[in-house]
Ligand binder design. Structure first.
Ligand SMILES: [Zn+2]
Length: 378
């Protein structure tokens, strides 16, 4: 079983806090102790050794830049105009290319079906070799860092599309390896977004047209419901939601951050996969950072997964989109989660809920892999 996580803001953390994701979460926490990163964003949940332990084979790694009007005073990666946005989004793409170039054994960009299959072969075929090699030298290696393992695949996702100055530029973003675009975070010139409701604009429709032409996947997370429903009608290409929960399970009537009943229904009609997000505030309304994590067991995430599966009538439409390190750290994650490796603790919880192994594998990663097999170019 492999885990695919459809949302992690790696580049934003690399450029804001200088985080080095080749290190373990434990090591990064040690290095950052007393510094800005744990204060602002919380202690990291991510690191290559943790991806290995949890068999997290692939991540949708985002390009994210804060719009100036929603920036907090300490934030350094933000924009006031679209050329600034363009440059900052571009810097994040470059950061992923550098990461993969400098550490090909640890991170790999996935831009085509061939890249995807090679990555999965590595995770599957390599397993025996690693176990075989490990046996005779297990003793001496115990205290050493992990030398062997698998590269983690990165599918680049642009969150909040204001780095795209005009639709004609989409070709360039595609060439740089971006495969998924979410037009909103806050409201953008393309459509309404979180806490800033509104429909798709004329520019939004033009963006979607250009995206479809190029073959991008549309991520509707953060789109206001009105814009989302319009996009479901209009967008001919593949649609997903990477990191939003079921609004019906939350007691937050004003929030447009999560998926309404109508949105879930529409997404299912479009065969979308929906990633659920294990941020405590998104699992227990009113929970705030600093409160007891025991109040939010991982079971609460299972409820959101189950909610989607019940509505779909199968397990083909639910997935994970953790958003780990995306504005929150371990302090705001469910009680049983210390790092990304603990996502595999969902397995026994889903078993208890009656999900067979095949369905659990689909939810933890298989459903995202099916989407990618369908949409990535040969
Ligand atoms: Zn987000």
């Amino acid at each position: 079983m492999l885990i695919v996580d459809a949302h992690q803001d790696l580049a934003w953390n690399m450029l804001t806090f200088g985080r080095d994701y080749t290190c373990s979460a434990f090591e990064t926490r040690r290095l950052e102790q007393g510094g800005e990163a744990p204060l602002r964003n919380g202690d990291t949940l991510l690191g290559w050794p943790d991806y290995q332990r949890g068999r997290v084979a692939l991540v949708f790694s985002t390009l994210f830049v804060t719009p100036g009007h929603r920036r907090e005073a300490w934030e350094t990666v933000y924009y006031h105009d679209f050329s600034q946005a363009h440059a900052l989004y571009r810097a994040q793409v470059d950061a992923y290319h550098r990461l993969a170039d400098q550490h090909p054994e640890k991170f790999r960009l996935v831009q085509s079906r061939a890249d995807l299959e090679a990555l999965l072969d590595h995770w599957e075929a390599g397993e025996q070799d690693i176990i075989k090699e490990k046996e005779p030298v297990a003793e001496q290696r115990r205290s050493e860092p992990v030398h062997q393992g698998h590269p983690v695949g990165l599918v680049i996702l642009m969150e909040g599309a204001e780095g795209v100055r005009e639709p004609a530029e989409l070709e360039e973003w595609w060439r740089l390896g971006v495969r998924v675009i979410g037009p909103a975070w806050a409201g953008t010139r393309f459509c309404g977004g979180t806490r800033e409701p509104g429909p798709l604009t004329k520019e939004g429709y033009a963006l979607l047209e250009g995206m479809a032409e190029q073959g991008f996947v549309l991520d509707v997370t953060h789109m206001d419901e009105k814009a989302l429903m319009q996009a479901l009608d209009f967008y001919p290409g593949r649609i997903i939601s990477t990191h939003a929960n079921a609004h019906a399970l939350l007691k937050d009537p004003d929030s447009n951050r999560h998926l309404s009943e109508r949105a879930i229904h529409g997404l299912l009609a479009r065969q979308a996969v929906m990633g659920v997000c294990p941020l405590n505030q998104f699992l227990l309304s009113g929970w705030k950072r600093g409160e007891r994590r025991e109040l939010v067991p991982l079971q609460r995430l299972v409820e959101h997964i189950d909610y989607i599966c019940q509505r779909a009538g199968d397990a083909r439409h639910a997935g994970l989109g953790s958003d780990f390190d995306g504005g929150y750290g371990v302090q705001s994650a469910p009680y049983e989660i210390d790092t990304v490796a603990d996502l595999c603790k969902l397995v026994p919880l889903l078993e208890e809920r009656g999900y067979p192994e095949m369905d659990i594998a689909a939810i933890l990663g298989g459903n995202w892999l099916s989407v990618l097999r369908e949409v990535l170019p040969a």
